[in-house]
Design a protein around this ligand. Structure first.
Ligand SMILES: C[S@@+](CC[C@H](N)C(=O)[O-])C[C@H]1O[C@@H](n2cnc3c(N)ncnc32)[C@H](O)[C@@H]1O
Length: 300
C-alpha cells in the first residue's frame, strides 16, 4: 500500500528537514535535497561496502523465514543485494529519497533473487518513514547521518520489528576529520558564505556510540555498539576529492548546479587543501575513516 512515506520512485524528492536532536547543530540553509550521482558514488564501492559486510556478521538470525527486510537509504542497491546472499528467501525493500539512486538500484538489482526471494525499491524520506508492516530486520548503511533527528524514530522502528527482530545500522563518525572540517570551513569562508553557508556541515546529525547504546537500552533491546577506523588506501590522483564528490560534496555541487566556473573554483580550493592534509604515499593515499555501528535486537 503506497502512502506519503512510501511513494513510487517517479515522485520528486522532498526537502531535507533542518531540525536535529544531536549537537553540535550546524546552521542549515533551506535547500532542496542533494542530487546524487550513483556512478560517482560506486567508484569507491569496495571501501564503502566493507563496513556493511562487517555489520552483517553481527546481525543474529531473524525470527521468521522468509524474512521481511527494509534497507533505509539504500542508495544504488548494491549493498541491499548483499542481504539476499545472507537471507536468500527474504523479501527485501530498499528505501531512498534520491530518484537517481532509486533508478540505478531498480535497474541493477530489482526482481526475484536466486534463492527464491524478491528485491524491490521505493521512495521514502527517512525523516518521515513510518513502517506500514512488520519487519524481521531494518538495516541502514551510511545513510542516517543525512537524517536529522533519526534517533527520534528509533522507538517507532523497533515497534515495527517482529519479536526477536533486529535494527542494525552503520553511520560515519568522521565529521571532525580534516576532509570534512575543511569542507565546512570552505563553505563558511567569506567568499563562499553567501551561496554555501552551512552546506559543508549540514549532514552532521550523529550521536556518539555510548549515546546510541543508551537509546537502545532504554528501548529494551539487547544491544551491540562499536566503532572502527578503517585506514583506507586510495589509488589515483586526488582520491579523497574523488571520494567526497560521491557523498559529502553532493549538497555543494547541487547548490552550485550549472555554474561551472564556481564549481571549478570551489573544487580547486578544496583540492589544494586536501592534497596538504592527505599527501600521496608510495602505495596510495591513506584516508582514515571512522564508522559507528549499532545492532539492536528486540526481545523475542
Ligand atoms: C552514502 S549513501 C549510502 C547508500 C547505501 N546505503 C550504501 O551503503 O552504499 C546515502 C544514501 O542516503 C540517502 N538519503 C539521504 N537522506 C535521505 C532521507 N532523508 N531519506 C531517504 N534516503 C536518504 C541518499 O539518497 C543516499 O542514497
Amino acid at each position: 500500500m503506497a502512502s506519503a512515506s512510501n511513494r513510487p520512485i517517479s515522485r520528486e524528492a522532498s526537502h531535507m528537514h533542518s531540525d536535529t536532536a544531536s549537537a553540535p547543530t550546524p546552521v542549515v540553509t533551506a535547500s532542496a535535497a542533494p542530487v546524487w550521482d550513483p556512478q560517482q558514488y560506486l567508484r569507491h564501492a569496495g571501501h564503502r561496502t566493507r563496513p556493511f559486510l562487517d555489520l552483517l556478521t553481527r546481525i543474529p538470525e531473524l525470527p521468521t523465514t522468509p524474512a521481511r527486510i527494509a534497507d533505509l537509504g539504500c542508495g544504488p542497491g548494491n549493498v541491499t543485494a548483499l542481504l539476499a546472499d545472507r537471507w536468500p528467501q527474504a523479501r527485501i525493500t530498499g528505501f531512498d529519497l534520491s530518484p537517481e539512486m532509486l533508478r540505478r538500484a531498480t535497474q541493477d538489482h530489482a526482481g526475484p533473487t536466486p534463492g527464491g526471494g524478491h528485491l524491490d525499491f521505493g521512495h521514502a524520506d527517512l525523516a518521515d518513514w513510518h513502517p506500514e508492516e512488520s519487519y524481521d530486520l531494518i538495516v541502514s548503511n551510511a545513510a542516517l547521518q543525512w537524517v536529522p533527528n533519526h534517533p527520534g524514530s528509533f522507538a517507532a522502528w523497533i515497534t515495527a520489528l517482529r519479536p526477536g527482530g533486529t535494527f542494525a545500522f552503520q553511520i560515519p563518525g568522521n565529521f571532525t576529520a580534516p576532509s570534512h572540517r575543511m569542507l565546512a570551513d570552505l563553505c563558511d569562508a567569506p567568499r563562499w558564505r553567501d551561496r554555501l553557508a552551512g552546506h559543508g556541515a549540514r549532514y552532521v546529525h550523529i550521536l556518539e556510540p555510548a549515546e546510541y547504546l543508551a537509546r537502545f537500552t532504554e528501548l529494551g533491546c539487547a544491544v551491540d555498539v562499536w566503532e572502527t577506523t578503517y585506514h583506507q588506501l586510495l589509488a589515483g590522483p586526488d582520491p579523497v576529492l574523488d571520494w567526497v564528490k560521491g557523498t559529502a560534496l553532493r549538497p555543494v555541487l547541487t547548490e552550485l548546479g550549472d555554474d561551472k566556473e564556481a564549481v571549478d573554483r570551489f573544487l580547486a580550493e578544496y583540492r589544494e587543501a586536501l592534497r596538504a592534509a592527505y599527501p600521496p604515499g608510495p602505495r596510495g593515499t591513506v584516508f582514515p575513516f571512522r564508522r559507528i555501528f549499532a545492532v539492536a535486537r528486540k526481545e523475542a
